[in-house]
Design a protein around this ligand. Structure first.
Ligand code: MV4
Length: 669
């Protein structure tokens, strides 16, 4: 076994690899960028090497810096984790030239599998089923069009160099072919610098099933069963499980056989994943092979009891596969959910900020995370906060455990997909194992509808404000804003923002409860409460609250809630459902009305991609003014209302900070 390895990664996967290495008595050297000085993966390592600025192109992706770090620390091997340099054939080759062990397959294997068309051709020759299609070198438009017709519409265009759905287009009929081809090629060229295309018959409502394989240096190959990763959003997996539900026994056997055959065809060494499309009936088709450890490997670890990183290290060190196929078996069912810092209601835009609250379940749940409370989610890296993996005797048990784990999660300071994940797990079709790649689209209404929040969360927020501003009755600067009368019922005032309007809550103690008197002019509040807009709004309620939890009784119903500071307001989990409530500062001018400027600032740090209108131009509400790129995604900045673009403050290529004003804009026309 190695004495020391270098982990060329960060975040949860770097932490996960470090834990296994240390358990095996292998010393761990980490690398870290400027943004990661205090990161968990650095704390878990025996030593760490600084490799430069936060931007990955200047740190984690620089081959020379990683090789230097390995030499400097005397590491014998490099574990690339996933992402970054993990599927970079040049890097694997360079390790070899420098006398370092790359923990993964050969550079040739990485190269072959890196080209979708080369991989498909090889798989076809090796007897692995592939989706009927065209993956040859002749890329003339006429030829591609002719092949699409032969295959039969609908077809899917895929970038040969691609992945993650980039450069992918569904073409329903011949009339749309050339336009779709042009746009797919353009996207592929921009993303991969390579616009070669392959064409496939479209498999409707496909499922994504993948086989975990392992090979050793003597040519032995085994599989560790399959995972189902069909629940995805924008080609990003969000829930994975093992084994795949509702998979007929014959399909399962066929799948393992195809996975092992694929690995054999490239003399596979180490951990690999062979991805297949399953048509939901009798057929599976090879899609691609990932020549690395996958994010979702914990579900396989849970059902097999095997530490996949340990196997990777042993195999890279020259040991044989630790177990033969007969000695690898499935125990129960495992499910993983990925918690991301992103906003599902805003097109899954990544959300940066400080994890001011981070409470993850600790009973019967495996947590893989690379962050701690008060760490920041930066725009430079993948916004995954944590993976939670549960294991049950049956799939039903795993579903319940995952539901509970998600319900116990409390994160504030950034937006997260936690509630979306809870909603997915609550859908009966999911509970029956009826998953497909269209699952999130098919259940959009149930998954994204804003819950009917009524007035409860706002009154809970008032109780919370009361608790944090005056915990033991001592005075605080906030109390100075509050009315005070010598003889009369105690009256407090609290401001909250409802539908972008500041709303005044006057709170009068009345017996064991309170009467909230809500500002007559607060039309948004009244609309929410469903009252006559002219009537004074008085609500009787009772409840109690500490700094982080409370209960509220309204209309005879009592609801519990948890609360935490969130950005400039608070996040409430009212009856288990998260609500974000902004606290209005009655003294600030922006509280006088919704700020039109708000949407013309950079929502996160990034770079300006393009300016879409000329300065001085009149624009309609919602018209896209410019495009910026942040966290590897393009984001359109739109006119908040009808108006005129006076000036752009930045040019394409400029870097902008979160909150930077991007456009001088005049409302009206
Ligand atoms: C497909 C497909 C249907 N038919 N190929 C490939 C890359 C991946 N991110 C999406 N891919 C698909 N390839 C054929 N011939 C459907 C998808 C697909 C998908 C696959 C797995 C999981 C989620 C998906 C969501 C949309 C489309």
């Amino acid at each position: 076994m190695f004495q020391k390895i270098l982990i060329a990664n960060r975040g949860e996967i770097a932490c996960r690899i470090a834990k296994t290495a240390r358990r095996l008595g292998v010393k761990v050297a980490a690398v870290y960028s400027e943004a990661d000085r205090n990161a968990l993966h650095v704390q878990l390592a025996d030593e760490a090497v600084f490799i430069g600025p936060a931007a990955t192109s200047q740190s984690y992706l620089v081959i020379d810096k990683i090789i230097d770090a390995a030499k400097q620390t005397g590491a014998q091997a490099i574990h690339p984790g996933y992402g970054f340099l993990s599927e970079n054939a040049d890097f694997a080759r360079r390790c070899q030239q420098e006398g370092l062990v790359f923990i993964g397959p050969s550079a040739e294997t990485i190269e072959t599998m890196g080209s979708k068309s080369a991989a498909k051709t090889l798989m076809e020759q090796s007897g692995v089923p592939i989706v009927p299609g065209y993956q040859d070198t002749d890329q003339a438009t006429g030829r591609l069009e002719q092949e699409a017709k032969r295959i039969g519409y609908p077809v899917l265009l895929k970038a040969s160099a691609g992945g993650g759905g980039k450069g992918m287009r569904l073409v329903e009929n011949g009339a749309d072919f050339t336009a779709a081809l042009d746009s797919a090629k353009r996207e592929a060229l921009a993303s991969f610098g390579d616009d070669r295309m392959l064409i496939e018959k479209f498999v409707p409502r496909a499922r994504h099933v993948e086989v975990q394989v392992f090979g050793d240096q003597s040519g032995n190959i085994v599989h560790l069963f399959e995972r189902d990763c069909s629940i995805q959003r924008r080609h990003q997996k969000v829930i994975e499980e093992a084994p795949a539900p509702n998979l007929p026994a014959a399909v399962r056997t066929h799948l393992y056989d195809a996975g092992v055959k694929a690995a054999q065809a490239v003399d596979y060494v180490g951990a690999g994943t062979v991805e297949f499309l399953y048509d939901g009936k009798d057929d599976v088709y090879f899609m691609e092979m990932n020549t690395r450890l996958q994010v979702e490997h914990p579900v396989t670890e849970q059902i097999t009891g095997i530490d996949l990183v340990e196997w990777q290290l042993r195999i890279a060190a020259g040991e044989p596969l630790p177990r033969s196929q007969e000695r690898i078996s499935i125990q129960g069912h495992a499910m993983e959910a990925r918690i991301y810092a992103e906003d599902p209601r805003n097109d899954f835009l990544p959300s940066t900020g400080t994890l001011s609250t981070l409470i993850l379940p600790h009973h019967s749940t495996r947590i893989d995370s690379g962050v701690a409370k008060n760490d920041t989610v930066s725009p430079h890296y993948d916004p995954m906060i944590a993976k939670m993996t549960v294991h049950g005797a049956t799939r039903d048990a795993a579903v319940s455990a995952l539901a509970q784990a998600l319900d116990e999660t409390r994160i504030a300071g950034v937006e997260t997909n936690t509630h979306l994940l809870s909603s997915i797990v609550a859908i009966p079709a999911f509970q029956r194992g009826e998953v497909s790649t269209r699952f999130i689209d098919d259940h959009e209404a149930e998954l994204f509808n804003k819950p009917d929040d009524g007035f409860g969360p706002y009154l809970a927020a008032v109780l919370w404000l009361k608790a944090i501003r005056n915990p033991q009755g001592e005075s605080s600067p906030w109390n100075e804003l509050q009315g005070w009368r010598m003889n009369g019922p105690a009256e407090e005032t609290h401001w909250l923002t409802i539908d972008n309007q500041p709303v005044l809550f006057k709170l009068i103690t009345d017996g064991n409860g309170y009467v909230a008197n809500i500002d007559r002019t607060a039309t948004a509040a009244k609309r929410r409460a469903g009252t006559n807009l002219d009537a004074p709004l008085e609500i009787r309620f009772s409840g109690q609250c500490t700094a982080n939890q409370g209960s509220l009784t309204l209309n005879g119903q009592t609801k519990k809630f948890d609360a935490a500071p969130h950005k400039n307001g608070l996040r409430l989990w009212y009856d288990g459902i998260p609500f974000d409530i902004a606290i209005a500062n009655p003294l600030s001018p922006s509280a006088q009305g919704a700020s039109a400027e708000g949407s013309l600032v950079a929502p996160m740090p990034g770079a300006i991609v393009s300016l879409l209108v000329t300065e001085g131009k009149d624009v309609a509400a919602g018209e896209t003014l410019l495009v910026m790129e942040a966290m590897k995604m393009e984001h359109a900045i739109k006119a908040p209302q009808k108006g005129k673009v006076l000036a752009f403050r930045f040019q394409p290529g400029d870097q902008v900070k979160e909150g930077d004003l991007l456009v001088d804009f005049k409302e009206g026309s």
